[in-house]
Design a binder for this molecule. Sequence first.
Ligand code: FMN
Length: 183
Amino acid sequence: MNAIVENIKNRRSIRRYLPEQIRDEELNTIIEAGIYAPTAHNEQPWHFTVIQNKELLDHISITTKGFMTNCGVDWIEKMGTNEKLHLFYNAPTVIIVSGKKEAYSSLTDCSAAIENMMLAAESLNIGSCWIGLVSFFFEQEEEMKKLNIPEGYTPYYAVTFGYKQVRPTRIPERNRDVVTYIK
Ligand SMILES: Cc1cc2nc3c(=O)[nH]c(=O)nc-3n(C[C@H](O)[C@H](O)[C@H](O)COP(=O)(O)O)c2cc1C
């Protein structure tokens, strides 16, 4: 199989990490892949906040889970009360991806950068997981001051990175009946 397609198909959301930090050159390669994503009108409207401070990551996890427990959505509340769950699965590196509020297509552009970064990580045998639940933290104005997101940018998602503790064997089933061909 073509190496890029193989890399795409091999990537899994990794939810167990080794505590060892990834190397700076690996981190730089991952970010470089992010900034090579396509963007509407070539605006490149992103900002990456790299967090490698365990205390802060643990704080975000605990705080976010607290807000999850009262959100009114059953499955999210259950995750919030799960004592074993760490929002970032104890990954040693988390990147918060924020987008320029005024850009044409900020969320889409940032999402393209996230996928590029996750695929670059997989090519280095580094695990990753896209974290949407962190949005509960993003809503907390006072807490968000700790992240120093630049003025004019909205934080969209977090992505975890770290060496894989286990390689998942279960591949979430893909729906195939999703294509219309017009010839
Ligand atoms: C927008 C978005 C938000 C996600 N949020 C979370 C999350 O908060 N926590 C989590 O464990 N996985 C999260 N995921 C990962 C998905 O659960 C995962 O991609 C999906 O189950 C398919 O599995 P795979 O990535 O191994 O192919 C998110 C994925 C996307 C695209």
